[in-house]
Design a protein around this ligand. Structure first.
Ligand code: FAD
Length: 316
């Protein structure tokens, strides 16, 4: 079933979460261990992130270096299939532009359709460590809107490779939104116009980057509505877990902590102090979002379900 259909049918705010494929070498059980504690909150769908290959340079012994591609995490498609099979919930794979040619994207989408996956979160992806800015595959997409376009085309029955006649797909397409602006955008207004382009191209719901100040989410929703973005906007929340997170999250995700939260974080001396603040903040944020009519709350577990469980148990 489509994410938008779940939202339309819901009488209250839905619970959903996102998992990160484990580092390679682990088994599917590590995914189940992360999902099991959250199933009691009745998620209708579970997102699975996608991680690009990285490149390293290996000494060849003759003074030359060889560029080698490495994958740190197993593929998203297999994990989605396993989740759907075990839990009978919809899995939402993240699909990115980076590292994919248009043909590879088409093949990936054909695989997803084959497995009965109805939803895709269409993203651009970030630059890899060896690049200073995002570089698309020579025959790939530069922006998420182009990926949304390609999926919409397939939904119309228009495939790039027309060697055999294929039926139209019927993917529900999600896109990313940034209440505090995407870090590359010139300003919030242009970022919103680019977001509108994704919706006009066929994205039927939005999931936001994590934020810690609900005022920014509500202002973002208002700004979206004012320019004609009328699709559901799912807020993304991440419970802060450790002393390391205090500086990591703003740096990596380009988000700010509101003053009230930073004051509390400054008092923390240990990871468990931070966890406590993270839980309390997450509960208050969630309560206010539910009250404010959020269609669903999307929790970023980042391989840690325990805090999300504690927060969700007070909300759902
Ligand atoms: P876009 O919508 O393409 O936007 C990227 C930037 O380009 C923005 O600044 C936008 O304003 C600008 N822009 C858009 N169109 C144009 C244009 N035509 N001309 C000029 N500028 C333009 N990354 C992963 O690698 N794997 C994941 O699984 C993953 N999951 C995510 C889930 C969520 C909910 C979110 C919010 C992000 C996720 N990301 C993931 C990170 C995401 O890939 C990065 O934030 C990336 O930098 C931008 O992706 P996007 O889809 O928002 O890109």
């Amino acid at each position: 079933m489509k994410v938008t259909e779940y939202i339309e049918a819901a009488e209250s705010t839905l619970f959903s979460f996102e998992i990160l494929p484990p580092l390679k070498g682990k088994s599917i059980q590590s995914i189940y261990d992360g999902i099991d504690p959250l199933m009691e909150f009745n998620p209708k769908f579970v997102n699975v992130t996608y991680h690009r290959e990285e490149y390293i340079y290996k000494e060849k012994g003759n003074g030359l270096l060889e560029k080698v591609s490495i994958r740190k995490r197993p593929g998203t498609v297999g994990i989605c299939a396993a989740i759907m099979n075990k839990y009978k919930v919809d899995a939402v794979p993240h699909l990115i532009c980076g590292g994919f040619s248009k043909e590879e994207t088409e093949n990936a989408l054909i695989d997803l359709q084959f497995l009965g996956i109805d939803n895709v979160l269409a993203l651009r992806g970030d630059s890899i460590k060896t690049e200073t800015s995002f570089r698309p595959d020579p025959n790939g997409h530069s922006y998420a809107v182009e990926l949304v376009d390609q999926i919409s085309d397939m939904n119309q029955g228009n495939y790039i490779m027309d060697d055999i006649k294929l039926e139209p797909t019927d993917f529900c397409i999600g896109a990313a939104g940034y209440p505090e602006k995407h870090f590359e955008a010139m300003n919030l207004k242009t970022d919103l116009l680019h977001l509108k382009n994704k919706v006009d191209a066929g994205a039927t719901y939005i999931v936001t980057q994590m934020f810690f100040d609900n005022k920014k989410y509500f202002a973002f929703v208002d700004a979206c509505r004012s320019i004609g973005i009328n699709v559901p906007i799912i807020p993304g929340l991440k419970p802060i877990k450790s002393l390391n997170h205090i500086s990591f999250l703003p740096k990596f995700f380009h988000i700010d902590y509101p003053e009230e939260l930073s004051t509390e974080l400054l008092k923390c001396k240990s990871n468990s102090d931070v966890e406590q603040v993270g839980i309390e903040w997450g509960i208050e944020q969630s309560k206010e979002l539910v009250k404010g009519g959020a269609p669903c709350i999307h929790y970023y577990t980042m391989s840690n379900s325990d805090l999300v469980k504690t927060i969700a148990s007070k909300i759902f």
